[in-house]
Design a protein around this ligand. Structure first.
Ligand SMILES: *Cc1c(COP(=O)(O)O)cnc(C)c1O
Length: 369
């Protein structure tokens, strides 16, 4: 029987193994492993790809978001206790970046049709302490809307993008990561652009912000042994930058392959128990995840597993119900909670074959609880 993994990093790597081996060898042989030519080149190319003035490598996606907020604090743009609007349904990292900086997340419900922050609910969540909005392009779908841009402009709020799941996604002509004041990107291995370990990037048109992030990520030091801030050690390895440089070349093609699978699923899955994702604009989604909603989610997951189809849940417990945020456990976000209760992520990747997609579709269509 066919075995369908949720995602095979091995298969994904295999396609460009030789080029990746060459890149790794180049770094190994160079004798230079941090803050070198590979970072300079990858940052330049990534900035060009996103179409922003500055890109600063760092250790991971959480750090990228955390460093943006920290830099705004060092600049006096944000102060401890300030409020940051963020979707209630997101991966914990978006929220951690906010609380780690002593800022207050204000959770806003998503639109049940898009899973993205509901822009009609942002204004009523604003208070005099609101200083920023963090949008999350969840599942690889663009969360930005013109209305969000207008609200940020009207109230003088910084707009930060969590682009950990949406490398290559478009809003009109612009890429996500270039839509707000600054964006954090993750190169966790399973992301659409993934390293062979951890990695992250901050992109921004704001040169001063980029410089502050760069200094903060290097112990707060702009000059050796002179420390301007109480910084961190959050750098992108040369070896990861070199690997990412190879993989960036194939990102658009890989995203197209993901879309191809998504189209097959959307056209092929015809089971009334399954709610398929809404795709109003195919350019504005890079399908990091293919989320479906099912009332009997856990039963379906077991059924699929018995048919050798591996699925995941993104995510089983919303941030406000987590033990680490006990003080919010009593809050109620019904749409967020419904999504966390019913979401199931089908296998999707650039290496999933048409035959495998067909099998997933057939198995789903024959499911009757
Ligand atoms: C993966 C992810 C992050 C964090 O990235 P890491 O590189 O794992 O630190 C942040 N936000 C979202 C939405 C993510 O999916």
């Amino acid at each position: 029987m066919m075995q369908i993994p949720f995602l095979s990093l091995k298969d994904i790597t295999q396609r460009h193994a030789e080029e990746i081996h060459d890149a790794v060898r180049r770094v190994v042989d160079s004798g230079w492993y941090l803050q070198g030519a590979e970072n300079v080149e990858f940052e330049r190319r990534y900035a060009e790809y996103i179409n922003v003035e500055n890109a600063v490598g760092c250790a991971n996606g959480l750090d990228a978001l955390m460093l943006i907020l920290r830099a705004y604090k060092e600049q006096g743009v944000l102060t401890e206790g300030d409020e940051v609007i963020v979707p209630a349904n997101t991966y914990i990292a978006s929220i951690l970046a906010i609380t780690e900086n002593g800022l207050t997340p204000v959770l806003v419900e998503p639109d049940v049709n898009t899973y993205q922050i509901d822009d009609s609910m942002i204004e009523s969540a604003l208070t005099p302490r609101t200083k920023a909005v963090m949008i999350v392009h969840l599942y690889g779908q663009c969360a930005y809307t013109g209305k969000i841009g207008e609200i940020c402009k009207r109230y003088g709020l910084k707009l930060i993008e969590d682009n950990a799941q949406a490398h290559g996604c478009l809003f009109g002509e612009k890429r996500t990561g270039a839509l707000g004041d600054a964006a954090g990107h993750s190169f966790y291995p399973g992301k659409n652009l993934g390293a062979f370990g951890d990695g992250g990037m901050v992109t921004t048109d704001d040169a001063e912000l980029a410089e502050t992030v760069r200094v903060l990520s290097n112990y707060g030091s702009s000059k050796k042994y002179v420390f301007r801030y109480q910084g961190r050690n959050s750098r992108l390895d040369e070896i990861q930058a070199a690997i990412l440089g190879v993989k960036l070349k194939y990102l658009d093609t890989d995203n197209d392959l993901r879309k191809r699978i998504a189209r097959k699923y959307i056209e092929g899955i015809k089971n009334p128990r399954i709610v398929l994702p809404n795709v109003p604009n195919w350019n504005a989604n890079v399908f990091h995840i293919f989320p479906i909603l099912v009332e009997k989610r856990d039963i379906l997951q077991t059924y699929l597993l018995n048919k050798n189809i591996q699925t995941l849940i993104h995510y089983p417990i919303p941030p406000h119900k987590q033990e680490c945020y006990k003080m919010w456990n009593g809050l109620s976000f019904p749409i967020t909670e419904k999504i966390h209760r019913e979401e199931l992520s089908l296998p999707i990747s650039p290496t999933l074959s048409d035959e495998q997609a067909r099998y997933v579709i057939d198995v789903l269509n024959s499911w009757e609880d």
